[in-house]
Write a protein of this length. Structure first.
Length: 141
């Protein structure tokens, strides 16, 4: 039993109502959250990434859908935070994400004789967010 589970079981403030539930067709029991109508198995920390990968790798549905799928079938204390973090770091999701791009026609650069007598500007984006920014300003003199 991991430390996190011990803390949950001993805490009176936890919203999780964990009970041992028998597995159909075996003599084993697993811990499930029985606080809602549908019982959801508690996933120990060592198996969380494996469970996430199995759900995520089906179709790379994105952050919101992955979180919804995980929370409907499984339970652990930081499930929402973990799902967001792991889905954001999924390279396949970034590569397959459909975005709507507005492409402007190519423009001609104006030839200039001296530096800084003319500049060309362009905005690149939207890109994956980094520190809250998703566009890049380019300037050519």
């Amino acid at each position: 039993m991991d430390e996190e589970l011990k803390e949950i079981l001993s805490s009176h403030n936890s919203t999780l109502k964990l009970e041992k539930v028998p597995i159909f067709g075996s003599n084993f029991k697993i811990l499930c959250d029985c606080s809602a109508e549908k019982k959801r198995p508690y996933i120990p920390e060592t198996f969380r990434r494996i469970v996430f990968n199995n759900v995520q790798n089906i179709a790379h549905p994105g952050i919101r859908t992955t979180t919804k799928l995980l929370t409907s079938k499984f339970v652990w204390p930081s499930i929402n935070k973990d799902a967001r973090t792991w889905a954001r770091s999924c390279i396949k999701c970034h590569k397959s994400k459909v975005t709507r791009h507005v492409q402007s026609p190519f423009q001609q650069y104006h030839n200039v004789t001296n530096p800084f007598t003319g500049i060309n500007l362009d905005i690149i984006g939207p890109l994956p967010s980094s520190e809250g920014f998703c566009f890049c300003l380019t300037i050519i003199d």
